[in-house]
Write a protein of this length. Structure first.
Length: 381
């Protein structure tokens, strides 16, 4: 185990592993203190003292001020990546995964990191944005990533292009597909950028729109550790795309298979045979601590299973013919026939028959009023 000592006395590799371990321990918890801790690490301006000393010995004592001003911008961009800071940026999105309000707040924080952060921090922001809204092509996130995809720094642009593929994975989103098509034309002469755009286009149409990469399940109540580890393996490998993805470690993309799962709802009977049932699909509502008859979905539409469920949607049985064996209708749901439902149907049929009989009797009375009166034994005074 790594001792809990100040980071100044640890090597960068040790500190990166420590940050990574803390991020994995608090994933999906929404812990505000831990997010502040990661932001403090990401906001540091690291200056390498050893390189400075070497440069001071080699460089000449007299330099003009104009040359210094010209070289400052180049030095900032060519700084070596600080991996523990990149891991801290990713850790912010990992902790904020489980809460919608936290995710919105994190977007503001990432805007500040893009503006004021070090180059290595800025390179990790697109990957962190992709993790916050994975398989959820949000308008705000897609706009930020489309701007970063035209950044002058190649690594930032490549990470943003991959982020566009991750946020739209398995959705067939038309807006993101047009963005990626424009990027293929824009980066037609640069093979590395083109490679990433092709991968993103493949993620966009993943499983012909029937799969998702979201690690959450059971109405976003639980988080799959296997899916999360697969996504993290790919994102951490993308910290250094030049030496990993673009050389001989492109197989790290296969780790995303751990997070792939079908996003459709298929209903089965007790003998595991597929049945078509009417369900209502709509936007999920938070019904925690609400009293009375709670509405769990809004703006719903009625469909017959199998049905595709988008991000933030929930399904409910439209009729009382079947009962669900599980409280959540997701993936493969097993249903059983409702015994009370059959009784209610029988009672409803009996009521209908009685009504029909009454209607027939009244119609006969209307058709032959004179005959009916004589048959009934009415007397005329």
């Amino acid at each position: 185990p790594i001792p809990c000592v100040p980071w100044q006395s640890q090597t960068s590799g040790q500190y990166q592993r420590r940050v990574h371990g803390e991020a994995c321990a608090f994933v999906g918890t929404g812990n505000v203190l831990k997010i502040q801790n990661f932001l403090g690490i990401a906001g540091e301006h690291v200056e390498e003292e050893e390189k400075k000393k070497e440069e001071e010995k080699k460089t000449e004592e007299k330099k003009s001020e104009e040359k210094k001003d010209d070289d400052d911008e180049e030095k900032k961009d060519n700084k070596p990546p600080v991996y523990y800071q990149m891991m801290a940026v990713l850790g912010v999105s990992m902790v904020a995964l489980g809460e919608e309000i936290g995710q919105e707040m994190v977007l503001r924080m990432f805007n500040h990191l893009i503006q004021y952060g070090e180059p290595s921090v800025k390179r990790a922001v697109p990957l962190a944005l992709a993790l916050v809204s994975i398989s959820n092509p949000d308008m705000v996130v897609s706009d930020i990533l489309s701007k970063l995809s035209h950044d002058h720094d190649n690594l930032t642009a490549q990470a943003a292009i991959l982020g566009l593929g991750l946020i739209s994975a398995g959705t067939n989103n038309s807006r993101v597909s047009t963005m990626l098509r424009q990027l293929t034309e824009y980066y037609a002469k640069e093979p590395n950028h083109l490679f990433v755009t092709r991968v993103s286009q493949g993620l966009l149409h993943m499983g012909k729109g029937l799969l998702t990469l979201s690690p959450h399940h059971s109405d976003r109540f639980l988080l799959s550790k296997v899916a999360m580890s697969g996504i993290l393996a790919c994102l951490v490998a993308c910290f250094d795309m030049e030496n990993n993805i673009f050389k001989h470690r492109h197989y790290f993309f296969y780790s995303l298979v751990c997070a792939m799962k079908p996003r459709m709802l298929v209903t089965l009977d007790e003998e595991l045979k597929q049945i078509n049932v009417a369900v209502r699909v709509g936007k999920a509502l938070d019904v925690v601590a609400q009293a009375g008859k709670r509405k769990r979905i809004t703006g719903f539409q009625q469909h017959d299973t199998p049905v595709l469920l988008a991000h933030g949607q929930r399904a409910e049985l439209a009729t009382e013919q079947y009962l669900s064996m599980t409280p959540v209708l997701e993936g493969f749901a097993i249903l059983k026939t409702n015994p009370n439902g059959e009784k209610q149907k029988r009672l409803a049929k009996k009521k209908l028959r009685k009504k029909l009989k009454r209607k027939k009797m009244t119609s006969l009375d209307v058709q032959s009023p004179g005959g009916d009166l004589l048959n009934k034994g009415t007397r005329f005074s």
